[in-house]
Design a protein around this ligand. Structure first.
Ligand code: PMP
Ligand code: GLU
Length: 385
């Protein structure tokens, strides 16, 4: 029998840290431990009823067979319309691909655009799966690390320093997971200018665009000169509480979509048929629950941030998404603090190093949990720390 050997590509990446810790918290809960999980970025709300109904009706109508690889025309149309009307992007349905989750769209972009020798600029701290997708493609990551003092917003000069002749792609994520930072328009403008001057692409992951507090979401793909060099990625997981449905999408120049489509048609074929119908209902139906969830997240943010500040944790008030990225250096490294809190307080957090090696003294706290759970978690954390 041949030796158990996985490919170099696979051994070069780690399992998703956010998912690993969430599974650990689930396991402890199954063993009867009263763990409060503030580790996973997953809305705790139910998917709105009209969206579930659309999937059910689709099943009843027998839509249980293969669909077009790029997604059903009705959904590609609805996405293109949404991107034109809400995001100011000049998009036709042929420039849209529907994917099983935004994560798969990111993977497809990496495999379509990148190869050995290419460099990708990541703004740190960055969501766990970007670097894994880059590595998998064979390209290298160059980090631009933001700091707590700047509210985790990058300085355009910092980015300019990391851009060179090998730069092929820059990944933007505003509102940002794990910091909750929302990048101001002038920072996006500066990134767009760099992309045009140095001829690289921008993957703009806008999955938290609906979870924003006060500010306004800006899509970099709408800036002059950016249409032909932006891949806008989004999905239904966060805005519509649809994490388990696995539905996302990307909009990009048609030649990029065609490349992504090759990967999709040979791997997953397409997202689930009746789930795509639910996506049409989500985009074209009543949006009031999206706002209701956003308002609840805002209230939770306020409760959590007050409590963390009282505890002495350093963290800026997040302007979007549902995460706080907190400096915990006075108690130890992020790994140590997360381990202690899990064992002694039964509170699960994610260590900062999951989002970049520069963040060893940080933890990420997800507030996709009820106010009661957040208050209880704060009480337990206070007792331990
Ligand atoms: N981008 C970011 C920044 C995320 O936090 C997530 C959450 N998993 C995703 C993409 C992927 O979302 P999904 O695959 O559930 O659509
Ligand atoms: N995006 C979420 C998080 O950061 C879900 C888990 C994942 O897909 O990594 O926790």
């Amino acid at each position: 029998m041949s030796a158990p050997r996985v490919s170099a590509r696979v051994s070069g990446i780690e399992e998703s840290a956010t998912i690993r810790i969430a599974n650990l918290a689930r396991k402890l809960r199954a063993e009867g431990k009263d763990v409060i999980s503030l580790s996973l970025g997953e809305p705790d709300f139910d998917t709105p009823a009209h969206i579930k109904r659309a999937a059910w009706e689709s099943l009843q109508q027998g839509e249980t067979h293969y669909t077009q690889s790029a997604g059903i025309p009705e959904l590609r149309n609805a996405i293109a319309k949404k991107l034109r009307e809400e995001n100011g992007l000049d998009v036709v349905p042929e420039q849209v691909i529907v994917t099983p989750g935004a994560k798969y769209a990111i993977f497809e972009v990496a495999c379509t655009l990148l190869e050995e020798g290419d460099e990708v600029v990541l703004i740190g701290p960055a969501w766990v799966s970007y670097e894994a997708c880059i590595r998998f493609s064979g390209a290298r990551t160059t980090w631009v690390n933001t700091s707590l003092e700047n509210g985790f917003v990058p300085e355009p000069e910092q980015i300019a320093e990391q851009v060179g002749s090998s730069t092929r792609l820059l990944i933007l994520n505003s509102p940002c997971n794990p910091t909750g930072a929302v990048y101001p328009k002038d920072v996006l403008r500066a990134v767009a200018d760099l992309a045009c001057d140095h001829d690289f692409f921008v993957l703009s992951d806008e999955i938290y665009e609906k979870i924003i507090y006060g500010g306004e979401h800006v899509s970099i793909g709408a800036f002059e000169g950016m249409q032909e060099r932006t891949i806008t990625v989004n999905g239904f997981s966060k805005a519509y509480a649809m994490t388990g449905w696995r539905l996302g999408y990307a909009a990009a120049p048609e030649w990029i979509i065609r490349g992504m489509l090759k990967i999709q048609s040979h791997s997953v074929s397409h997202p689930t048929s009746f789930v795509q119908r639910a996506g049409v209902a989500a985009l074209s139906g009543d949006q009031s629950e999206v706002e209701h969830m956003r308002a609840q997240f805002e209230r939770r943010r306020d409760v959590l941030i007050e409590g963390l500040w009282r505890l002495g944790m350093e963290c800026p008030k997040p302007e979007g998404a549902f995460y706080v990225f907190a400096h915990v250096g006075r108690w130890g490294t992020g790994d140590e603090v997360a381990e202690r809190l899990l064992n002694e307080a039964l509170v699960a957090l994610t260590p900062g190093t999951a989002f970049g090696s520069a963040y060893r003294d940080y933890v990420r706290i997800s507030y996709a949990a009820s106010i009661e759970q957040l208050q209880e978690a704060l009480k337990r954390m206070e007792a331990v720390l």
